[in-house]
Design a protein around this ligand. Sequence first.
Ligand SMILES: NC(=O)c1ccc[n+]([C@@H]2O[C@H](COP(=O)([O-])OP(=O)(O)OC[C@H]3O[C@@H](n4cnc5c(N)ncnc54)[C@H](OP(=O)(O)O)[C@@H]3O)[C@@H](O)[C@H]2O)c1
Length: 217
Amino acid sequence: MRVGVLGTGEVGRPLASRFIADGHDVRLGSRSADNPTGAAWASDQGERADHGTFADAADGVDLLVNATPGTVSLEVLATIPDADLDGAVLLDVANPLDFTDGFPPTLSLANTTSLGEEIQRAHPTARVVKALNTVHNSVMVEPDRVPGHHHLFVCGNDDAAKALVREILAVWGWRPEDRIIDLGDITNARATEMLLALWVRLYGTLGSPDFNLAVLR
Ligand SMILES: NC(=O)c1ccc[n+]([C@@H]2O[C@H](COP(=O)([O-])OP(=O)(O)OC[C@H]3O[C@@H](n4cnc5c(N)ncnc54)[C@H](OP(=O)(O)O)[C@@H]3O)[C@@H](O)[C@H]2O)c1
């Protein structure tokens, strides 16, 4: 599979590296084609890894991952030609965290909308799937860092797109049968993004990002 990852940060790089480890071809995207972080990552990862602009990263991919700060994600996606987003499976792991007033951050979109929804609204023919935004990047690609039974939430309007994302997550250890909860359409992104108010406080209290939420019933 050809995968584009938007964002060279502490989420984009580990996800991109995991896709490489799984045998996919990956292009990491940033604001400039000569971004040193992107270049260093690509040279470290070998011949199936590449880097470029956000638009380069989205060019002709089977899966596009949004791993940019949620406050700029819409701006980043606006730099990508419509043709590359048309029908694309767009896995959105971002959160609209606003650190303007320091820590803990607020959400720049909430209650009656969400980043996932706004991305879907801005790019109606993209197939947006919201997932992974409620766990730390280390847990995203290695759920067994957290012992016991815990859950990941997925939502989006397109069932085939969600099935593709579930397949990828299963390879990483997010078993579809007992670790994934499909909440339904993309409006449910407002619920998972609003969990961040709790997540950032748990991180502060527990002092480690290796935790997750479990839904018991
Ligand atoms: N940290 C976690 O474990 C975690 C867990 C779950 C979800 N998330 C979410 O995942 C997303 C990525 O997190 P991160 O920590 O990797 O973010 P980050 O390090 O802040 O993101 C860096 C990327 O964002 C781009 N960027 C920064 N400012 C920009 C601007 N004004 N315009 C366009 N692009 C800009 C940078 O571009 P350049 O490459 O050009 O510098 C870089 O590629 C966030 O939405 C975060 O909330 C994070």
